[in-house]
Design a protein around this ligand. Structure first.
Ligand code: G4P
Length: 528
């Protein structure tokens, strides 16, 4: 197969949802279709157990196995599918944000009863920022839930979607009878056979077919006809370029647990979802078809074995062919690296590969040189965009508890920050270190890992910070900027890239500061 065919057959995407909407279940069913796993439950057992949210030991355990579920790859109908796993736990939202820099499209799972939930809104916001094409899967139709049209409205209002239903449910919960597939014009009936409910596709392609009543009864068939008519009148027709430009979001209904509507979703997905897309760098747009290799690190995973400090860095290939043992330039430190045992990921296992193509993810060993966001190339100076840091939600001073181990502590903190576990801010005033995290859980994880992997002990001290803001001196007015720096000196820090960050102590003081210094922009993320 030629280079271009290899690119065009790849679909690299992420599944996102609010916890419990059914992301894990859907992932598992997709893998079953790809023949990548044989039994249900295989992915499920890797999930952070519910109720274990505060049990970070459980998270430590998960770290070990989550390497193997970071990328789930399988072949389906001549396509190579790469699902990038995104943690559902909100304390790890930043991991998910970063993973979204490496996907070419996304499937959003919505619980039919709960509708659009908080975490979904946040994740979709990130997708919108990156203009990632989105397909929606409304899940759990076997349960009572919200009315389908109300849900479509909710998607439009809360997520600012322009929805295009490509299937429509017939009843719901106890009365759920199946789905009319608008995309393929056929009817799928929901039949309970054995314990698993099985879908049966009928060859009804026209809703005026007299057999419709036979299948679902007169009342349901009248209602379906009416509803599909409304769908056709009210919602736009599917438009490929609008979907690809994030201006239209196709919607499917189904039940992941019952494997109902999943195959239809997958079949449509492989035909409409984009193959690897070009990616912006600071220098220029890089196209996948370019023959010269380039890629970037979107995730770093620490090794579980404390005796080996090795880490696994996940590189998304943007262009060209990645080859084993070929030297590649690490752009930030301008040094060549060769990878003798790059890993490719398959469902549940990884294996050493000789070459990989755009859209694929390779895992390479890192002995502490790499950072999230680093780019590789064959020599060209390329710095890929789009891995910003977001303002953390929680902040604490970090102190050294064992003066004999200050070197170990500094190294540990540095490396954990490179991995993206949390963000470090160093106060301008006195050089004190402040750790910022998305969830409170990370503080425990950091403390535990510093001790077990680096032999260093730390303690935390509360600090009252509301938000971290990256400052942009838009009008380059040095007078105002200098005055700001003087006045807010106590609250200024540098991030890992030496950018100035204002650690506002309350929303009130942030507002006052904004008003006082109108020529400055206050951003909640490091890239703007
Ligand atoms: P998540 O990864 O998005 O957090 O969700 P997950 O797949 O773990 O699903 C959350 C719960 O919803 C699970 O039940 C799962 O079985 C259930 N679920 C998923 N899809 C469907 C569906 O189509 N219909 C119904 N009725 N339930 C569905 P649980 O009881 O919390 O976990 P478990 O005991 O099944 O593991």
């Amino acid at each position: 197969m030629g280079f271009k065919e290899e690119i065009y057959k790849r679909r690299t995407f992420g599944i996102i949802s609010h916890p419990d909407a059914g992301k894990t279940t859907l992932t598992e069913k997709l893998l079953l279709f790809g023949g990548a796993i044989q039994e249900a439950g295989a992915v499920k057992s890797h999930k952070i157990k519910k109720g274990a949210a505060s049990d970070f030991m459980e998270i430590e355990r998960q770290r070990g196995i989550s390497v193997s579920t970071s990328v789930l790859a399988f072949n389906y109908k001549e396509k190579k599918i790469n699902i990038l796993d995104t943690p559902g736990h909100k304390d790890f939202a930043e991991d998910t944000f970063r993973t979204l820099t490496a996907v070419d499209s996304v499937i959003v799972v919505i619980d039919v009863a709960k509708g659009v939930e908080e975490q979904t809104e946040k994740l979709v916001e990130v997708c919108r920022m990156r203009e990632i094409p989105i397909i929606v899967f409304i899940n759990k139709l076997d349960r009572e839930g919200k009315d389908a049209f109300d849900l479509l409205d909710e998607l439009e209002k809360k997520l600012k979607f322009k929805v295009c239903p490509l299937s429509f449910p017939i009843g719901m919960g106890y009365d759920f009878q199946g789905i009319y597939n608008i995309w393929e014009n056929n009817l799928m009936l929901f039949k309970e056979e054995n314990k698993q409910k099985i879908s049966k596709t009928t060859n009804i392609s026209d809703l005026d077919d007299s057999r419709l009543t036979e299948f679902i009864g007169e009342i349901a068939s009248e209602k379906l006809k009416e509803e599909v008519n409304i769908v056709r009148e009210v919602y736009p027709n599917y438009n490929q370029s609008e979907y690809l430009n994030c201006k239209q979001q196709p919607v499917f209904f189904g039940s992941a647990l019952n494997n109902f509507g999943v195959k239809e979703l997958l079949d449509c997905f492989i035909s409409i979802a984009p193959s690897p897309l070009p990616k912006e760098s600071n220098e220029r747009l890089i196209k996948p078809e370019e023959t010269s290799f380039s890629g970037f690190i979107f995730k770093i995973h620490a090794n579980m074995d404390p005796k080996h400090r090795d880490r696994l860095a996940f590189i998304k290939i943007v262009s060209g062919i990645f080859k084993r043992n070929k030297p590649y330039n690490h752009v930030r430190i301008n040094k060549n690296f060769k990878f003798s045992s790059p890993n490719a990921f398959f469902a549940e296992k990884k294996a050493i590969i000789d070459q990989s193509y755009p859209g694929d993810i390779v895992g390479v060993h890192d002995s502490g040189n790499f950072k999230i966001g680093d780019s590789f190339s064959e020599g060209e100076k390329i710095n890929f965009k789009g891995i910003p840091n977001f303002s953390p939600e929680h902040f604490r001073f970090i102190n050294n508890k064992d003066p004999m181990k200050s070197k170990q502590l500094a190294k540990g903190i540095d490396q954990l920050m490179d991995e993206g576990v949390a963000q470090l801010f160093i106060l301008e005033m006195n050089g004190r270190k402040v750790i910022g995290t998305v969830g409170a859980l990370q503080f425990e994880v950091i403390q535990y890992r510093l001790e077990h992997e680096y032999g260093a002990k730390c303690s935390y001290e509360n600090i009252n910070i509301f938000k971290a803001c990256w400052i942009e001196n838009q009008q380059k007015s040095n007078i105002e900027y200098n005055e700001f720096k003087k006045l807010k000196n106590k609250f200024l820090a540098k991030d890992k890239d030496q950018n100035i960050v204002y650690l506002a102590d309350s929303s009130f003081s942030l507002e006052m500061t904004k008003q006082k210094f109108p020529s400055l922009e206050f951003h909640y993320k490091s890239e703007f």
